[in-house]
Design a protein around this ligand. Structure first.
Ligand code: PTT
Ligand code: SF4
Length: 611
């Protein structure tokens, strides 16, 4: 088999043992890699109802047939497990040298099972695996841990590690890697922490098996140079993701004050231009020629890497408009290993709940030092931090008084920074995202606001959500590579089957990827349903506050407007109809059979999911 190493490394932390398993060509062609491999393995191997923070959960790092090879932006890895924040399938995608090193070590995926008896660092060097004590850095943040690993293993290794957030099982703890990246906002850091797995260190020295290494080198290196040229010409990396902040403010899509408002006159103070002016360094993932991680000094002189989601949710959403303070909150999230997005939404929910009398406390919007203190309390699970560590929905259930309506989350996962008070298609994209509220699946907002009528709930929006899910949540998450060359600099999608075919020797077209993508979405949905058998279509609804006439903007482009329940429900039905799901949002038996999931359909029927 070419393109895939054909090997998975399975680790048991309880017994400190490991084995290498091979997988078939059929498995590779059916699931491609990355999210496809992870979803299939977790669906098959996890018994329904297990505790995501118990030793039965499995932590997976999965790569794909173009991960790590010399082609545009292939230094990415998928981390996955049953999610502690949603209880469904969870994953994240992070830039890391592990993508390159694990493939060179001869593996397409790593499965970590069980639980260590003490803080452990897993070290993988080609065929050698060792379980090393990590007591020296247990209790330390991710920067110190990274540096300690560098000092002991050299700077060439790939590293995944967690901070205090993961150790203390914060349900939105992330996995961090060198180069300032973070991933797995569905709580993958907490899953590592629950296994006492402080870090994974990987070094590989073998060639990645490619069908046409010479062709790949020629095409891949040429395209890396071309992507670099296009990026320089477009200037996208100058402000990178934060370029979108000013636009979101303009079109009334910015989260301000726990999503209560959609724009703010001070938003310019934290926009892309200000970030670009403050820039002191630029971070990039491996194999990338359009580095987008803009780093600046925070108010204490520490270097923090900021992206749009981080800035919007830790800034305007908390009514903090001082970029150095926002950078500080971002730095703390990175060091504690907390997801910036869920942290921002959970803190804004807390301020809103106090504001509305649902609970008492001395935190308020605009209070940057209070936010810093609370992040530390969350990471250590101290005081109110213990409750906030379980996320906005859990906190709302505890506070009561109707506060669940303004806990900004879907399926338990907090929102990305798009205020969809009156953006029906993007609200649908977040509602039907299989891992909870995440923009990675279908970022329809620009299509919706630039190319269609904002008011429309027409089926073209449901179709566009599916088209984008196929590309973003399917193609890029399985291959595995960064989607930014395509989304930000217009790098044509047609390049990706070329890389895939040079890597594997196959002759696939984009249509082949759409089928695999639909299969994976159906499986992620089955995973969710198996864990939440009482679920109904309201699980695919965004927060109630977006439908609330009492919560409308009083000025700006969408003054007086809000989402409408019956129209949203119609759009949701269009989505189900196109996907071949029934009125409860369950893939029908015909759909599952068409996607090659007949066995899963039979099992789901036995489980009482299918009628
Ligand atoms: C992603 C989510 C995002 S999405 C951001 S900013 W973004 C936040 N970044 C965080 C951070 O930083 N520190 C921290 N402690 N928590 C953070 N949480 C948030 O995590 C990221 C880039 C970005 S920047 C995006 S959109 C794209 N995402 C991709 C994706 O999902 N798939 C893919 N094939 N390519 C992608 N390219 C882009 O990568 P999660 P990263 Mg992260 C500091 O993983 O869980 O999916 O959440 O991935 O390596 O950091 O790169 O405006
Ligand atoms: Fe990483 Fe940004 Fe490059 Fe994508 S564009 S690979 S996120 S540095």
């Amino acid at each position: 088999m070419k393109g895939w190493t054909g090997r998975i490394l399975r680790i048991d932390l309880t017994t400190k043992s490991f084995k290498t398993e091979s997988f078939s060509e059929e498995f590779a062609h059916t699931w491609i890699g990355g999210r496809g491999f992870a979803a299939k393995i977790l669906y098959d191997e996890l018994a329904p109802g297990i505790d995501p923070l118990g030793p039965e959960n499995k932590f997976i790092v999965a790569l794909g047939p173009i991960a790590g090879i010399p082609a545009p932006n292939t230094g990415k890895a998928v981390v996955a497990a049953k999610s502690p924040s949603t209880g469904g399938y969870g994953d994240g995608n992070l830039g890391t040298k592990v993508a390159v090193q694990l493939r060179k070590a001869g593996y397409d995926a790593l499965i970590v099972e069980g639980k260590a008896d003490r803080p452990t660092m897993l070290v993988i060097e080609d065929d050698q695996v060792s379980f090393q004590p990590a007591d020296a850095v247990w209790g330390q943040g991710t920067y110190e841990t990274n540096n300690w690993i560098y000092a002991t293993h050299g700077t060439g290794v790939g590293v995944l590690n967690i901070g205090q957030g993961g150790e203390n099982l914060v349900r939105y703890a992330v996995v961090r890697s060198l180069e300032g990246r973070a991933g797995g906002r569905t709580g993958m850091g907490a899953v590592m922490g629950s296994k006492l797995l402080k870090a994974v260190v990987v070094r590989g020295t073998k060639p990645i098996p490619l069908a046409d290494p010479e062709g790949m080198k020629e095409v891949g290196l040429g395209d890396l140079a071309e992507v670099h040229r296009i990026d320089k010409e477009s200037g996208w990396s100058i402000q990178s993701t934060n370029a979108v902040l000013g636009w979101c403010n303009e079109v009334a899509a910015l989260p301000v004050r726990n999503f209560r408002k959609t724009h703010h006159p001070d938003a310019w103070r934290v926009d892309g231009e200000r970030l670009s002016d403050a820039r002191v360094a630029l971070y990039g993932c491996p194999n990338c020629t359009m580095h987008c991680g803009i780093a600046m000094h925070d108010d204490e002189g520490r270097m923090a890497e900021l992206d749009y989601e981080n800035v919007a949710l830790l800034g305007p959403n908390l009514e903090i408009f001082d970029l150095a303070q926002v950078a500080s909150l971002n730095y703390l999230c990175d060091d504690y290993g907390l997801d910036t997005m869920s942290s921002g939404c959970t803190l804004s929910f807390y301020a809103d709940a106090i504001d509305h009398g649902a609970t008492s406390g001395d935190f308020a919007f605009g209070d940057a030092s209070g936010a810093k203190m609370l992040l530390g309390m969350i990471a250590r699970r101290e005081g109110i931090g213990d409750l906030l560590a379980d996320g906005a929905l859990q906190a709302a259930r505890t506070f009561g008084h109707g506060s669940e309506a303004y806990a900004m989350q879907v399926k338990g996962l907090e929102m990305p920074a798009y205020n969809c008070k009156f953006i029906p298609g993007m609200a649908l994209a977040l509602g039907v995202s299989p891992i909870g509220a995440h923009h990675k699946e279908a970022w329809i907002i620009t299509f919706e606001l630039k190319e269609t009528l904002r008011d429309s709930y027409g089926p073209e929006k449901a179709q566009k959500v599916i088209d984008l899910q196929r590309i973003r949540g399917g193609l890029f998450e399985c291959m595995v590579s960064c989607r930014f060359p395509w989304i930000e600099n217009g790098w044509p999608l047609e390049h990706y089957p070329v890389y895939f075919n040079l890597s594997t020797g196959l002759d696939w077209t984009l249509d082949d990827f759409w089928t695999v993508s639909d299969r994976i979405y159906a499986l992620m949905k089955l995973f969710w349903l198996r864990e939440h058998p009482q679920t109904d279509r309201t699980a695919d609804y965004p927060p109630a506050v977006w439908f609330d006439p009492a919560n409308v903007d009083t000025d700006g482009p969408i003054a007086g407007r809000h989402l409408e329940y019956d129209k949203y429900d119609g759009l949701l039905q269009d989505y189900y109809d196109i996907r071949g799901y029934d009125e409860r949002g369950i893939p029908t038996r015909d759909t599952l059979t068409r996607l090659g999931l007949a066995a899963e359909a039979t099992a789901a029927a036995e489980f009482g999911l299918l009628t």
